[in-house]
Design a protein around this ligand. Structure first.
Ligand SMILES: [Zn+2]
Length: 328
């Protein structure tokens, strides 16, 4: 357990050092900034290089519950608090913030009743990005480019149908749930300049499978047998689970070997592909570092507003949530 924790924190550190911080540093001169009176601060870089000003747009989600009252109340020791124990029905909020307030003055926000079998999903976020966030940004900041920043919950994200995903490949050709994937470019064992384009399908249209895809560029080490993916025993004693260390690359199994190839390593999810196609950019906050996202202060104020006015009743929560989000 200790070893796994260490590996998770070292992969977060690697992400911070090699991707998040260098990218943010590179953007630093491109950001459009405002002073405390919300007056735009002139930035010579935009004029000099004829560059589009970049605006950080941060997204996050929050659930406000009907019974989310104050944590402490003063009460006579003989009295029982009239407070419901369960959190009650909730409203899920997904919103975007810019440095000068809510994106589109709240037009990009989605508030949804959740519970039962209705939950927030990657598909709903994608719809919100396409139908609300991108149009709201382009209307509010014409001629500017957005850097959309999301929490690191990439596993909720959907991939387009031909995306490169080692987790959806079998060891041998064809087989159950094998999916047709786009051509990729692989570096062969000698790393000849540029590598080459490889089809992941056989001429008859069957997916080649991990073994063949690795053998072709000579990426399968001699005299080694591989599993598709390492697995670890689940703690509930049922079926084995994929080893979470595998996606980090390495040579433990075929998925780790192929996953380290550039096409697979840089495969973007549908949300990212959509934003990049619209000529904006995407970044993810490092996992377990929600304090970096300035939307947390906004959520704090919204939660405080609903706590103060909590009536332990879903009907009274409904009109309160838009009010809480609209406070300045
Ligand atoms: Zn592995």
């Amino acid at each position: 357990m200790m070893a796994m924790r260490k590996s998770i924190s070292s992969s977060i550190k690697l992400y911070c050092d090699e991707e998040f911080l260098p990218r943010m540093a590179a953007y630093a001169n491109e950001f459009l900034l405002w002073d405390e009176n919300l007056q735009e601060i002139p930035n010579d870089n935009h004029l000099a290089d004829d560059k589009q000003p970049l605006i950080l747009v941060t997204q996050d989600e929050l659930i406000l519950n009907a019974n989310n009252g104050k944590h402490f109340i003063w009460i006579h020791p003989d009295h029982q608090p009239l407070r419901k124990k369960r959190r009650g029905q909730g409203l899920h909020v997904s919103d975007f913030l810019t440095p000068i307030g809510r994106l589109g003055h709240g037009d990009a926000c989605v508030i949804m009743k959740c519970g039962g079998d209705i939950w927030w999903t990657g598909d709903r976020l994608l719809d919100q990005v396409i139908e609300k966030a991108i149009p709201a940004f382009e209307a509010q900041f014409p001629g500017c480019k957005a850097l959309f920043a999301f929490d690191n919950s990439r596993n909720h994200c959907k991939f387009v149908t031909d995306a490169l995903r080692v987790s959806e490949m079998n060891l041998e050709p064809g087989g159950k749930s094998a999916r047709l994937m786009r051509d990729t470019y692989v570096l062969d064992i000698n790393h000849r300049a540029g590598g080459y384009i490889q089809s992941l399908q056989l001429p008859n249209g069957t997916p080649k499978g991990l073994r063949k895809v690795l053998l072709e560029p000579g990426l399968w080490p001699d005299n080694r047998r591989f599993l598709a993916q390492w697995s670890i025993k689940s703690t509930t004693g049922k079926s084995a689970k994929p080893n979470p260390r595998c996606p980090d690359g390495g040579s433990c199994c075929t998925r780790a070997l192929l996953g380290a190839q550039p096409g697979f390593r840089t495969q973007k999810n549908q949300n990212e592909e959509t934003i990049i196609k619209a000529a904006h950019e995407v970044i993810y906050y490092p996992a377990f570092h929600c304090e970096i996202n300035f939307i947390e202060y906004f959520w704090g104020a919204a939660k405080h507003y609903t706590h103060e006015r909590c009536e332990y009743d879903f009907e009274s929560l409904k009109p309160m949530v838009p009010e809480a989000l609209a406070i300045k």
